[in-house]
Design a protein around this ligand. Structure first.
Ligand SMILES: [Zn+2]
Ligand SMILES: [Zn+2]
Length: 691
């Protein structure tokens, strides 16, 4: 048990405190103070050691922890490892520093500020951190050794206040001031925040853990020391001898070297990301020898060691993203796309403004040959960069436009698959314009049938508004059957769908997507009379209507069809429908031999004779057994001009008188077989009161 228990000073280093304990208890060295089992280690790690030391110093485990490197465990652990937690019941979990911290971040050596020692003689914990090169309280550089005899200064000398070799009063030592507005002083304040109050960081990167910021600063520092001594971006605070800044070998650095390198590096973190971009800009102008090509040439060790190796943990994403942004903004595309970086950050390719030939082909999912064809057809424009004479590049905007347009073009087979219809039925929909085919000249693809995506979507959407979603019950009739059945009458798909779209036929489907379309089904009653309903609605007539209307024999109808005088508007299997309007106009335009026979009261053979004699001219070519077809107007005119025997007999039933009368007035038939007279002459002769 110790007699005296001096408490630690604010931020006093554990080793400094131990020395004071030893002195106050009249012991020569802390080694004699500690139990033999603990003497080898300078920093406590084991719970039992923590507890023993807390008892020995009459303080808490927490107090002990706050004066050891463990206090900076957040900073000392790289993001790849997580800090171990001290296995003791403490108010807050206490994390432990690595057993062997990076010597650039914490060492057993320390710097010191003579003015601070003038206030209280002890070693501040942060003086062990090599990044701490100055005292922010007194705006001066720390001293690292005795300024007179260059002997290293140890804890007991700080406490005594004298260099043990030359006797210099340490408090009287001269330290070099740091100008109050110097960036080094800003850095020193920032480092102290990182060490003691990370939440008070002034960098504006509060989302980034300080341990990560420290390692970014560290990487930038290594880049700085390989930039070349003449690099204009180097920062050297006023008042110190310019240190060497081109340091290629690993060695311990002087306080001035560290100060200058870190201050320069720190400029890369200011006003993030602008300072970072300025840093990169400047780095690309560094005088140091370079790699031959590419990003290695532009960014040297910063790229090779840091961006591509040490900053790969996701915690460094913020700086990697900023670097990618910089590359895209400042480097020509041909320097980016073929780098290993693209392999690690494929999203870079998604952001470059130009793609090379191979990438263009890959992006468009076509062959290189097709790319050239598109260029020839002026669908694409090839770009070239003077510095990259062999490369052919394509603007991403343009490619995206192409891809978007192409994306609207669905290959025919894909539509067939999606709808679940046969190729023939899908073609039917294209012909009926229910789906739109992509015209060949606007389609960028050379071969194949493509369908406009929106026409497919429109068709489905329109059907959705009129279709009820319901699974098909037993008596339901699927679309396929409707097209075949309906009283063994075949109704085509277009007609069925059009009726559904027009709200004339209730449709059902088990899926809200309406896919596959073949699963569309109908209630039996609604499709039973489909053909009949269609006929009535459209004012269509059947063959038998035609026959009745024209008063012709069944066999006449095929003749009219063959001669193109009658057209079916719809064929449902054997059944054909005709437009009533066409039938009317057929009747008005033409007259068939049957009607003539009835009108004139003559036998069929007379018509044949008249045609043979060239008295009547047929409208269409006549084959034996077919009816004669004449123009109705022509016939009517003939009938007004001439008269035949049956009518003559009606006008003058007395055959002997009639013959005598005509002979008297000198009227002779203009044809004999059959008899044809001039109507005008005959009528004049038969007037009863003729004088
Ligand atoms: Zn000071
Ligand atoms: Zn000395």
């Amino acid at each position: 048990m110790l007699l005296n228990h001096p408490p630690p000073y604010p931020n006093e280093a554990w080793s400094s405190w131990l020395w004071r304990l030893a002195q106050r208890n009249y012991v020569a060295s802390p080694h004699e103070l500690l139990p033999s089992t603990l003497s080898q280690t300078k920093v406590p790690y084991e719970p039992v050691v923590f507890r023993t030391l807390a008892e020995l110093t009459n303080t808490s485990v927490e107090t002990l922890h706050a004066h050891t490197p463990h206090r900076f465990s957040r900073l000392l652990h790289p993001p790849e490892t997580s800090a171990a937690v001290l296995a003791l019941p403490t108010q807050q979990p206490l994390t432990l520093a690595p057993l062997h911290p990076n010597r650039d971040f914490f060492t057993s050596r320390f710097g010191w500020c003579p003015v601070c020692l003038r206030e209280v003689r002890y070693v501040r914990l942060h003086w062990h951190v090599p990044l701490v090169v100055g005292c922010v309280l007194h705006a001066c550089w720390l001293l690292e050794a005795c300024p007179v005899c260059t002997a290293p200064i140890r804890e007991e000398e700080v406490l005594r206040g004298r260099c043990s070799r030359c006797g210099l009063a340490l408090e009287q030592a001269h330290s070099v001031p740091i100008p109050p507005d110097d960036v080094l002083l800003t850095l020193q304040r920032e480092i102290l925040e990182w060490l003691y109050h990370p939440e008070q960081s002034q960098l504006g990167l509060s989302h980034v853990p300080v341990g990560v910021l420290l390692r970014v600063l560290y990487g930038l520092r290594f880049a700085v020391q390989r930039a070349g001594d003449d690099w204009a971006f180097h920062h050297v605070p006023f008042g110190i001898p310019v240190p060497q800044r081109d340091i290629l070998k690993q060695r311990s650095l002087t306080v001035f070297e560290r100060g200058c390198l870190y201050a320069t590096a720190y400029r890369g973190l200011l006003e993030y990301p602008h300072g970072f971009y300025r840093f990169l800009d400047a780095y690309r102008t560094r005088p140091a020898p370079r790699e031959k090509t590419g990003l290695r040439s532009e960014f040297g060790t910063l790229y090779i060691s840091w961006f591509q190796r040490f900053w790969k943990h996701p915690a460094f994403d913020f700086i990697q993203q900023a670097f990618n942004d910089y590359l895209l903004e400042h480097l020509p595309v041909y320097q980016i796309v073929n780098t290993t970086r693209v392999r690690d950050y494929p999203e870079l390719l998604n952001r470059v403004r130009y793609l090379d030939l191979a990438q263009t082909a890959q992006y468009l999912e076509i062959s290189v040959k097709s790319v050239y064809r598109l260029v020839e057809e002026t669908h694409l424009t090839a770009h070239r960069f003077p510095e990259d004479p062999l490369g052919v590049w394509f603007a991403r905007d343009e490619l995206e436009g192409c891809k978007q347009r192409w994306n609207q073009h669905v290959p025919f087979l894909a539509v067939v698959q999606q709808l679940g219809l046969s190729k023939r039925l899908t073609l039917e929909l294209l012909h009926a314009q229910l789906l739109r085919r992509v015209p060949a000249q606007v389609g960028l693809k050379q071969r194949g049938v493509f369908v406009e995506r929106d026409s497919l979507q429109t068709l489905l959407n329109r059907l959705k508004t009129v279709t009820t979603i319901r699974p098909m019950p037993e008596p339901g009739i699927p679309l396929r059957l409707v097209c075949i059945r309906n009283g063994s009458v075949k109704m085509d798909l277009t007609h069925v769908l059009t009726r559904v779209l027009d709200g004339k036929l209730l449709a059902y489907h088990p899926n809200a997507s309406l896919l596959p379309l073949t699963a569309l089904w109908f209630v039996p009653q609604t499709v039973q009379d489909l053909a009949h309903n269609v006929k009535v609605e459209s004012d269509w007539v059947t063959k038998s209507d035609v026959r009745a209307y024209l008063s012709v024999h069944w066999r006449v109808i095929p003749v009219l069809l063959a001669k193109g005088l009658l057209h079916p508007v719809m064929s449902l299997g054997q059944k054909q429908f005709f437009s009533r309007q066409e039938l009317h106009s057929l009747h008005e335009t033409y007259i068939l031999s049957g009607e003539i026979r009835r009108t004139l009261g003559i036998p069929a053979v007379f018509i044949h004779y008249l045609v043979e004699q060239g008295i009547w001219s047929v409208k269409t070519e006549h084959r034996p057994g077919e009816p004669y077809i004449f123009e109705r107007l022509q016939f009517q005119h003939w009938q007004q001009t001439y008269i035949m025997l049956p009518e003559l007999k009606q006008l003058a039933p007395d055959s002997a008188w009639r013959t005598e009368r005509l002979r008297q007035v000198g009227i002779f038939p203009i044809a004999h077989a059959p008899l044809v007279y001039s109507r005008k002459e005959v009528m004049a002769a038969l007037q009863p009161n003729e004088p």
